[in-house]
Design a protein around this ligand. Structure first.
Ligand SMILES: [Fe+2]
Length: 296
């Protein structure tokens, strides 16, 4: 029987789940309760976990199909599903994503299928903090005037890798620099501007910042005005919250219902400044909404 408790995070949205030990498989009732908390909260934190790779890996697989990240040079060696987020440098090179996510974006909206959820496990966290900022795209959509909803429902947006507000590879606010091989693989994909969530059925603004560059059948100046106005609307303080990690946190966010932005980091120069997070992204629905619960 599930004994989890779910409490709201401080701020506009998000939940913290207590009473779960992710070092063991979840029973069906607990898994359903965790997934319901996740979808209700858009961001979910489960603190105080002590996990080896296989245990974190098992939990992330419950959210959907693991998607090895496009930035293949920053994956954890031997574990392609894990993207490293870190401020540690070795031989002058960062061992993970260092400053490639410090702008508002939707994780991997530039590939089809897009990421539907991202799950991170915090192994080391800097004493000075390094929060991720989130915006609630359900609330941002719900509050739009009906005339705007009528205008944007059904529009299709062209995404590709990058940050439309900053394409300077040397800028800390641009997307992570690509290798020559990765640049050859950049493609345009078409995503809805208003996404109906695959589990909750709620509508959300989708991908209005970051990798969205054009709208199908709309002149670019008009398209960018529209995307920028929706981004500005969605980033009003009433829709925002932030989460700062502690070692042992497992945090998941619903990429169909949020925008997010990392904090710019400083390179670690002493042990207490080190930041190491494992990050897994998935596509598709959580397993419990497809095949039922995992075997225990
Ligand atoms: Fe991200």
């Amino acid at each position: 029987m599930s004994r989890i408790s779910v409490k709201p995070m401080p701020g506009a949205f998000g939940v913290e789940v207590e009473g779960v030990d992710l070092s063991r498989p979840l029973d069906a009732e607990t898994e359903r309760a965790v997934m319901d908390a996740f979808h209700g909260g858009r961001i979910m934190a489960i603190r105080g976990q002590k996990l080896v790779f296989d245990e974190f890996d098992r939990f992330t697989r419950r959210f959907g199909d693991q998607d090895a990240h496009f930035l293949d040079h920053l994956r954890l060696l031997g574990h392609p599903a894990i993207l490293m987020l870190s401020n540690i440098f070795e031989d002058g090179k960062p061992v993970g994503v260092f400053e490639g996510a410090a702008f508002w974006h939707t994780d991997v909206a530039y590939r089809d299928p897009p990421n539907s959820a991202t799950i991170v496990y915090a192994l080391e966290c800097p004493a000075g903090g390094c929060p991720t900022h989130f915006a609630d795209m359900y609330a941002a959509y719900d509050d739009l005037p009906q005339a705007v909803k009528d205008r944007i429902d059904g529009l299709k947006v062209i995404h590709h890798y990058g940050n439309r507000d900053d394409m300077d590879e040397d800028s800390p606010q641009s997307a992570e620099r690509l290798t020559a091989e990765q640049k050859k693989k950049v493609r345009n994909v078409v995503m809805p501007l208003v996404r109906t969530h695959h589990v909750t059925g709620r509508k959300a603004l989708y991908g209005v910042a970051g990798s969205s560059f054009h709208i199908v059948d709309m002149p670019d100046d008009e398209a960018l005005d529209l995307l920028d106005s929706l981004k500005e609307h969605a980033l009003q303080p009433k829709y925002l919250t932030a989460y700062d990690y502690a070692a042992g946190d497992v945090v998941a966010w619903d990429t169909y219902a949020t925008l997010h932005k990392a904090t710019l980091q400083k390179p670690a120069t002493k042990p207490e400044d080190r930041r190491v997070l494992w990050r897994v992204s998935v596509t598709g629905k959580p397993q419990i909404f497809r095949d039922g619960p995992q075997a225990t």
